[in-house]
Write a protein that binds this ligand. Sequence first.
Ligand SMILES: CC(=O)N[C@H]1[C@@H](OP(=O)(O)OP(=O)(O)OC[C@H]2O[C@@H](n3ccc(=O)[nH]c3=O)[C@H](O)[C@@H]2O)O[C@H](CO)[C@H](O)[C@@H]1O
Ligand SMILES: [Mn+2]
Length: 372
Amino acid sequence: MTTLRSHSRSHPGEGRGAGLPGSGGPGGCCQAPGDSRGPPWHPGFYPLVSTPPPCREGLSPGCCPPPVGRPLGQSCAPAPRHGQRVQGPSVLWRTPTLLAWRADVLVMTPWFAPIVWDGVFDSTVLDAQFRNTTIGLSVFAIKKYVVFLELFLQTAERYFMVGHRVTYYVFTDRPADVPSVPLAEGRQLVVLEVRNYARWQEVSMHRMEMISNFSRQRFLREVDYLVCVDVDMKFSDQVGVEILSPLFGTLHPGFFRAPCESFTYERRPQSQAYIPRDEGDFYYAGGFFGGSVAEVLRLTSACHQAMVVNQANGIEAVWHDESHLNRYFVYHKPTKVLSPEYLWDEQMLQRPPFLKRLRYVAVPKNHAEIRH
Ligand SMILES: CC(=O)N[C@H]1[C@@H](OP(=O)(O)OP(=O)(O)OC[C@H]2O[C@@H](n3ccc(=O)[nH]c3=O)[C@H](O)[C@@H]2O)O[C@H](CO)[C@H](O)[C@@H]1O
Ligand SMILES: [Mn+2]
């Protein structure tokens, strides 16, 4: 049984080790065709302390790692000792040290967006920065998926944006089945009654339309940021304001160390979700994205429009809304990228040592039973 996918799809980063550094797998986008020297450099996973392979002219820049070098300098702050806590104007902060960050994973995209891993941020600083922020958490529980709500909400109360103002937006066709979970101060739950669709793929895809409509109608006025997630998941560690940025996506846990040619992007040119073979940076998961409401409105409207055109042409993207999301992110680069700490599946994937925390994880489900 899979929990991230309805039917089998290989996860190239797992099992056979295909394409992992040292596995002798196929060359990534950074290698010219036929160049079999050394391991490929995979988006999402390469050591920052080694020398990357040369990038070849004419290859997709997004697939190549940025030049890697030493830290550029020391902090300009007046010299408290390493790690010493100092009283700033409004907050206790930990003096940054340029040598203490993560050296085992990519922490910056080639377009200079942070990739969020444990150890690269200080919640104390960020919590103060975002203290007047209201965050909407959008989740769909249509038909039988209402069974996931209780655990989802309970764990969100424990781990999601603790100490901040939060509005849960629960889209459902079964309002009577929304469980009443006690909420902490500053947090509220809004039930939005919406229609259902016969096929699970349609339910999943129409989330883009509904998020877009409700963003325009009310989210723009009610919250600053919107976080859009799958419901068949639970929080198992802190997910805080470190994720917030105008536009963010999450690395799909099955592909973050896979060569880009194995990404399951939509490859049919007649589809609105089409991504040519030599384009694309990362493979993003459909189950965790967000940003400012204005940016989420742009993203969801664009994806919905693309799906309307596809439907008129009798074509459905290979991974539904996820394919459209991936296309959107190729041409509208996210300003922050969340590591697979923010979307993991313990049943399907073996946890690598550099994944220090699992913050949002799949709840096992029987696909056939829950979707019909
Ligand atoms: C973790 C992750 O990245 N998940 C993505 C993945 O599939 P999944 O296999 O995780 O899809 P899924 O079954 O969780 O469906 C996506 C979501 O749609 C909602 N839902 C679906 C069916 C239904 O009857 N009722 C209902 O409420 C629910 O919120 C669910 O979590 O690929 C899908 C498209 O193929 C979506 O892009 C998902 O976001
Ligand atoms: Mn899911």
